[in-house]
Design a binder for this molecule. Structure first.
Ligand SMILES: [Zn+2]
Length: 329
């Protein structure tokens, strides 16, 4: 059961059921929290056709409609969209006994996923740029004699083969063990007019002993203009974002979801980061960290041809899902 207090649940469901009237009649659904515009999450959900159940004791708020489910937890920035984790810029807050969400998070994170039909039309996703992380003098994360650069290149080649078989053109930013500077990678994709850019990496928590407790996959989209990075690192000041902000997130989400659906990896979520590779592209871009080199379970998958093949299949599925959503006339 979501709610231990039956009468409170009934009250909440009752309030949500009445919401369209109230939402249309006033801006009482908005408030300022820490100087930022927040919207009443239950009222917003009702406008989107969601049924909401909130447990004030645990802070869990679950919304479902015919097409999607959203699970929030108040005082955190995490939300599961159809079971896949993504990170909001700001925590969901409780104000006057109701959950509120930053308006930015509704407009720039949730709506692009829920309503991809509002993205620009008439696009074609044919040419995919793959950037195998690191290379040459830059080994990336290391675990014993195993170097990240080796496995990102293997994955890129396995992925390129599958994408070509599926009818895509593929640009490989590097095809051998060579050093390609970070800023040149998106430049190459820009010059060759790629429709989509994907950076491939494997993570490391820095323990160096194969015993990291951090594990799982995370997928990044570029930090929003003047937005917050949500990858746990420090933000380096205001970011410009780019004109593909909504696409970037949709692409990152579709790839992440496909990977998590097919691989037995822990879900670390879709995040925002101001990575150089994401900043420099003039096309939608995402950045996948497909597991931790220094976690034994993840490492086993990273070095296994069979498991990496599954990962490549999943990435193709994610790209195809994104393509289907944006290729509308
Ligand atoms: Zn890397």
């Amino acid at each position: 059961m979501y709610c231990r207090f039956g009468w409170l649940c009934a009250l909440w469901l009752g309030v949500f059921a009445l919401t369209p009237v109230r939402a249309q009649s006033s801006r009482g659904d908005m408030t300022l929290i820490n100087g930022r515009i927040y919207s009443d999450l239950g009222l917003w959900g009702a406008k989107q056709g969601f049924r909401s159940r909130w447990n004030p004791t645990t802070g869990e708020l679950r919304m479902t409609n015919r097409w999607a489910s959203l699970e929030f937890k108040t005082d955190t920035a995490r939300v599961e969209y159809d079971g896949t984790l993504l990170w909001l810029e700001y925590p969901v807050a409780v104000e006057r006994g109701r959950p509120y969400i930053a308006q930015r998070d509704l407009d720039l994170t949730l709506m692009p996923l829920l309503k991809p039909g509002k993205l620009p039309t008439g696009r074609h996703i044919r040419r995919i740029a793959l950037s195998a992380g690191h290379g040459g003098k830059d080994p990336g994360n290391m675990e014993g004699s195993r170097q990240e650069k080796t496995f990102t290149l293997k994955l890129a080649k396995e992925l390129a083969q599958r994408l070509r078989a599926a009818g895509f053109e593929v640009i490989q930013v590097r095809e051998r063990d060579e050093f390609v500077p970070l800023d040149e990678r998106p430049e190459m994709a820009n010059r060759l007019k790629a429709d989509l850019y994907l950076a491939l990496h494997f993570n490391g928590a820095g323990s160096g002993g194969g015993s990291s407790s951090a594990q799982g996959a995370e997928t990044f989209a570029l930090t929003l203009p003047n937005g917050r990075s949500t990858h746990g690192g420090t933000s380096s000041g205001p970011q410009p974002g780019n004109r593909f902000d909504r696409d970037n997130l949709l692409l990152a989400y579709q790839i992440h979801r496909a990977v998590l659906n097919s691989m037995d990896l822990m879900d670390r979520g879709v995040k925002r980061a101001n990575f150089a590779e994401l900043r420099g592209t003039r096309m939608p871009a995402a950045y996948l960290e497909g597991g931790f080199m220094d976690h034994p379970d993840d490492l086993r998958r990273i070095v296994s041809d069979r498991e990496r093949g599954k990962l490549a299949d999943a990435i193709v599925d994610g790209i195809q899902a994104y393509k289907r959503l944006v290729e509308r006339e």
